[in-house]
Structures are given as C-alpha cells and as structure tokens.
Design a protein around this ligand. Structure first.
Ligand code: IPE
Ligand code: IPE
Ligand code: MG
Length: 241
C-alpha cells in the first residue's frame, strides 16, 4: 500500500509538532468500553506517532497528556492515567534509547504522584544524552499556570534588581516558560473534532499552523500524522509580512 509519507518534503518538515491528544473516552464509549480502555489504546497511538516523528527527522514532538483541569476528573480515572503513565514509561524507555529519543516534561510535575514523578525523572535522566527527537510530555500542564508562574518569577527578579522592566522582551518572557529550551511549535494537531485549545501553549502558538481532525486519538496513527504534515506543507506561512 502506498503511503503519504513519500509525499512529505523532508526539507520542509515542521521542527516542532504539538498534539492535543483528545477523544480517548468517546472512542471507548463507542465500543461499549470504559474510558480507561480508550486511554490504554491511546498509548499505542503515542508509540506509533513518536516513532513516525523520529523516523521522519522531526526534532520536537510535544504531547498534551494531562492538563491542570484534568485533576478535576473522577479520582478513579486520574489514578488509572497516572498508573498507565508509569507502565508506559517503564516499557518504552528501551525503545526511546534505541531510537535516540530524549524525554522532556513540561508542567507542574510536583503535583504528580511520587511514583509517577520518579519514573519520569529516571527516564528523563537516562535519555538526556540522546540527540534525535525530543519527546516532550505536557503533564499537569496548562498555559495559564505556566504564564502565571513566569510572571511571578519575572516580578521577583525585577524586585531583586536582577532585571529592569525595560529588559522584558518576548525572548525574556519565553526564557521564563517551562518550554524555555524548546522552539515554538510550527504545527498543532487536535484530534476528536473539538475546535479549541484547552489551555495549551497559548504564548508559544502565536504563529503556529493549526490542524483539526475528527479522528479520535486511539485511531490516530502514522498515516493520519503524515496527512497532518502534508497539510502543514501546503500552507503559506506569512507571519504578518
Ligand atoms: C484525551 O481523551 C486524554 C486526556 C485528556 C487525558 P479524553 O479523556 O479527553 O476523551 P474524551 O474527550 O472524553 O472523549
Ligand atoms: C485537553 O483535552 C487536555 C488533554 C488532551 C490532555 P480535554 O478533553 O481535557 O479538553 P476539553 O475539556 O475537551 O476542553
Ligand atoms: Mg477530551
């Protein structure tokens, strides 16, 4: 079977692709299963898309895995998601190593259960030297949390005389974000038919190309990912010029 992968221009890849992985619960419901079944199958999509991104030579892939607002879900679902995360990291660390993938996290990691946080930190440390794809997991992340934090730190540094108000440039603000070492996304994908941003990377997506698909996340695999990149490559990015 021919793949749209061959139509992708490798010279014009998005450097950073961000994904709002949505629709696990509805996917499971349509199959008469519990929401957790959707999350489990969603992990397979994470694996498929990560490998596809690494294979193409994409440099950064950020996945919105758990938002600040998601803490408001039933404890049972939150616990299942945290356990799933521990399992997935444990199982996937060797694959990350083999594919030269570096794991990074953004978000309020201190809110995560001890066991989850520890696994994440271990994997981050173990893969720190990898130079291929950077896989960025957004966990307990929301943009307003991030912007509030950055603003508090900037205000504190002004008060201590480390910086002057006049020094506050776009670049300085970016350097106070949890994404400080990561370029802004070029392409943002959201699955499952919702046309909203849900508190994700608001500062960073100022000029990002947006791509929405009705496919639920557990059904979003390589071909869908290639289609999103092809859509990106058909756009004329003008940046206001
Ligand atoms: C996305 O799927 C995964 C997370 C937000 C953790 P949902 O759990 O939001 O599934 P829907 O949107 O309810 O179908
Ligand atoms: C956004 O999905 C958060 C993640 C994908 C982690 P949600 O399902 O939580 O967002 P809303 O509630 O539909 O806006
Ligand atoms: Mg959802």
């Amino acid at each position: 079977m021919s793949s749209n992968k061959d139509k992708i221009d490798k010279e014009r890849l998005p450097v950073h692709i961000a994904i709002i992985m949505d629709g696990n619960g509805r996917w499971a419901k349509e199959k008469g299963e519990a929401r957790v079944f959707g999350h489990k199958n969603g992990v397979e999509s994470v694996r498929a898309v990560t490998e596809a991104a690494a294979g193409l030579g994409v440099k950064y892939l950020t996945l919105y895995a758990f938002s600040t607002e998601n803490w408001g879900r039933p404890a049972e679902e939150v616990d299942a998601l945290m356990d799933l995360l521990v399992d997935a990291i444990e199982k996937e660390t060797p694959t990350l190593q083999k594919n030269n993938i570096r794991l990074l996290t953004i978000g309020d990691i201190n809110r995560l259960p001890e066991k989850t946080r520890k696994k994440l930190l271990d994997c981050t440390e173990q893969t720190a030297g990898n130079t291929g794809l950077s896989l960025v997991l957004a966990l307990s992340y929301s943009s307003r949390w991030e912007i509030r934090n950055a603003t508090q730190k900037i205000a504190a540094d002004v008060k201590e005389g480390k910086i002057n108000p006049g020094d506050i440039t776009d670049e300085l603000i970016s350097s106070y974000m949890t994404t400080r070492s990561i370029p802004d996304p070029d392409l943002l994908i959201r699955t499952s038919g919702e046309i909203r941003i849900s508190n994700f990377l608001l500062w960073q997506i100022a000029y990002c190309e947006l791509y929405f698909t009705h496919t639920h996340w557990p059904d979003f695999r390589e071909e869908e990912f290639f289609n999103a990149i092809l859509s990106f490559q058909s756009r004329d990015r003008r940046f206001g010029k």
